[in-house]
Design a protein around this ligand. Structure first.
Ligand code: LMR
Length: 335
């Protein structure tokens, strides 16, 4: 018997499990890339009824990989089964945006899905469950799920800007002509929308400030920032479909880094704001995060923001307040 089989499995629910991101994600969780090479996983695969046939195919393929870490695969369209006793709920499933749409255009379409999922997580998941929302608009959908799950602490809800952080690091690395691993301390602040702010002023290339390596301020402000903000659209334009493999990769990065003490670099995660750095309390906004030795995440303190950065972040957070007003109005939720 392998020694790793002595660990209790981590139970992970994935919604939209037969969708494009789900297909790119599940095999990476099952192979140990999310929780480590000695950590068994139980996979609760959730789909809407029309997706169940495709989900059977995905589960067959997972079986056919004979992953030694997979303890169980559950296939269901019933949220009370899907979220039962889960440690992590990865809310991936939602209607993706098409060409010509902004992520916020999906509010009316996707918002109510997250009410039902939040309620089911509240009622059936472990009280220690952690929830990562990927379906767009992910910050506001996360807030909707959080409000619908009053028994689960707000600190256990996250939305994803790691994809934007990864995109930003690569853009800077390409410009500077260095390997992407040289870029660190790059936080994306605010909303996962074109208004997000990838903070190049505090980021580093090697040991130097980015602004000491890339001297072209105009490029940083007028090309880099919008390129990162519009990268999702650029992928849709090029592929005819929204990002899937890179989104799944960012889910793996986010969950792995929230599950382990941070060594070195900080990371961008959308979390509940308690007013840090002037962000309005009560929204889910992207902030720089580190996980301490006890496994608790904390917002990194002492980041020095320029007036330019503060203005960008405030504008993105203002957009989140507006999204909340629209969504909560539509769904009859109170702030
Ligand atoms: C992305 O950033 O690629 C995703 O959020 C999909 C989208 O609609 O942009």
């Amino acid at each position: 018997m392998n020694t790793f089989s002595k660990k209790a499995p981590i139970r992970v629910a994935v919604t939209g499990a037969a969708g494009n991101i789900g297909y790119a994600l599940l095999f990476r969780i099952a192979s140990g890339q999310m929780f480590g090479p000695d950590q068994p996983v139980a996979l609760n695969l959730i789909e809407i009824e029309p997706g169940m046939a495709a989900l059977r195919g995905v589960a067959m393929e997972l079986d056919d990989c004979a992953f030694p870490l997979v303890a169980e695969i559950v296939q269901t369209s019933d949220l009370s089964v899907g979220f039962k006793d889960v440690d992590w709920a990865l809310l991936v499933g939602s209607v993706p945006r098409k060409q010509g749409m902004e992520r916020a255009d999906l509010l009316g379409i996707n918002g109510k899905v997250f009410v039902g999922q939040g309620k089911a997580i509240n009622d059936y998941a472990k009280s220690s469950v952690r929830v990562l929302v990927v379906g767009n608009p992910c910050n506001t959908n996360c807030l909707i799920a959080m409000k619908s799950a009053p028994n689960i602490p707000d600190e256990q809800f996250f939305a994803m800007t790691r994809l934007d952080e990864n995109r930003a690091k690569t853009q800077l690395a390409h410009k500077a002509g260095v390997a992407v691993k040289e870029v660190s301390e790059l936080c994306v602040w605010g909303n996962h929308s074109p208004s997000m702010y990838p903070d190049f002023e505090n980021a580093k290339i090697g040991r130097s400030k980015v602004t000491d390596v890339i001297l072209d301020q105009a490029w940083l402000r007028d090309t880099f920032v919008p390129t990162v903000g519009q990268r999702g659209k650029a992928i849709i334009d090029a592929r005819g479909a929204s990002s899937a493999a890179s989104a799944a990769n960012a889910v793996v990065d986010t969950v792995r880094d929230l599950s382990n003490p941070t060594r070195g670099d900080l990371h961008s995660v959308c979390v509940i704001s308690n007013g840090e750095y002037g962000s309005p309390a009560g929204i889910i906004t992207s902030l720089p995060i580190r996980v301490d030795g006890a496994g608790k995440w904390r917002v990194v303190e002492g980041v020095k923001l320029s007036d330019y950065a503060k203005e960008k972040i405030a504008a993105s957070n203002q957009e989140l307040l507006e999204e909340r007003e629209v969504a909560f109005g539509q769904l009859g939720l109170s702030i």
